[in-house]
Write a protein that binds this ligand. Structure first.
Ligand SMILES: CC(C)(COP(=O)(O)OP(=O)(O)OC[C@H]1O[C@@H](n2cnc3c(N)ncnc32)[C@H](O)[C@@H]1OP(=O)(O)O)[C@@H](O)C(=O)NCCC(=O)NCCS
Length: 169
């Protein structure tokens, strides 16, 4: 696979506008890949974005291309407050940047962050039928746990499957 010339940046609170802009692009582009909606996310107070980046129980990474454009996003965060477990959320790569290893590099950033915090497990949810995401997570060793859930109405016809990566610390 070709690997694009990109960099991965761990965001700090001052980067909140870039975080918001890329997250809104992701929700507009791939609404059925995420539990949150574009409308509810657009309505969040601007302080939400800075606060999220200031939360040391989570880490947000952006991918930038060689021109300095933001082309990908992922968030790692404690899973329901459990110290040993990190949740991987908000995974997205811009359509014109896909297939070049950027998604894999973003997942690797969350894996490295989780390891550095002594976490032993990463969990995520992926919608059935989302073949690119399922392939991405399989390439990093994620396996289905068998737990499933549905997106909130009116998208409750979409089933999400939980996947886990056990980390050897
Ligand atoms: C899923 C997504 C993040 C993948 O990003 P990407 O940058 O194209 O992924 P990569 O190029 O790093 O590919 C990583 C692996 O997945 C595989 N893969 C990616 N897209 C694929 C596709 N369409 N078909 C088959 N395999 C695919 C690659 O072959 C690669 O495997 P390898 O490392 O063994 O070669 C991207 O398609 C996306 O943003 N989709 C919309 C949002 C979304 O679905 N997010 C996930 C929510 S759970």
């Amino acid at each position: 696979m070709a690997v694009s010339n990109h960099s991965i940046e761990h965001l700090v609170p001052e980067n909140w506008q870039r975080f918001r802009e890329v997250r809104l692009r992701a929700l507009a582009d791939a609404p059925d890949a995420f539990g949150a909606t574009l409308a509810e996310t657009q309505a969040r107070p601007l302080s939400h974005w800075r606060d999220r980046l200031g939360d040391t129980a989570s880490a947000t990474f952006l991918a930038c291309n060689a021109n300095g454009d933001d082309v990908g996003l992922v968030v790692g965060s404690r899973w329901n407050g459990i110290v040993e477990t990190v949740g991987l959320f908000s995974m997205w790569v811009a359509p014109n940047a896909r297939g070049r290893g950027i998604g894999g590099a973003l997942v690797d950033a969350v894996i490295a962050w989780a390891r550095s915090n002594g976490s032993t497990r990463i969990l995520l949810d992926v919608a059935d039928g989302n073949a690119p995401a399922i392939a991405l997570y399989a390439s990093r060793g994620f396996l289905p746990t068998g737990n499933t859930g549905n997106l909130p109405p009116p998208r409750d016809h979409i089933t999400e499957h939980e996947q886990a990566l056990e980390l050897q610390n």
